[in-house]
Design a protein. Structure first.
Length: 135
């Protein structure tokens, strides 16, 4: 119906704005809702660099959002997939610091331990048992 059409229109505008990496062009109130989902979808599709760009835009558009720890966890996954282990570890530490208790903090701790225990040439295995793209 009307809501579905409006939602599609807003998502199309958000996608256009993201393509230009201009968070100021995102429709009001939509940045937080769309960018996190967009980054997650891009990461799942193997587009790690684009997912990382979406995360960066989210952080700029919504620096105090309550989902920041979860977005940092997603950012860490992007860095892992790109082979940026040190940056991934720093990002997981930040997520754990912001959310020491609960599922995000626990997941960040598990990723940190996994990164620390894996030799640099040893592929990292994610929580769901998959490996980063290219391994």
């Amino acid at each position: 119906g009307k809501f579905f059409d409006e939602n599609l229109h807003l998502r199309a505008r958000a996608s256009e704005a993201f393509e230009q990496c201009r968070p100021d062009r995102l429709p009001a109130g939509l940045a937080k809702e769309v960018l996190h989902d967009l980054a997650r979808c891009l990461l799942e599709q193997g587009a790690s660099e684009r997912a990382l760009a979406a995360v960066s835009v989210f952080m700029t558009a919504a620096p105090d959002d309550r989902r920041r720890p979860a977005v940092l966890l997603l950012k860490g996954r992007c860095h892992e997939r790109l082979g940026q282990r040190d940056e991934a570890a720093r990002t997981y530490r930040e997520a754990r610091t912001l959310a020491p208790d609960g599922p995000v903090g626990s997941a960040a701790r598990v990723r940190e331990v996994s990164l620390a225990s894996a030799a640099p040439e040893e592929p990292v295995t994610w929580l769901d048992g998959t490996r980063p793209v290219g391994d």
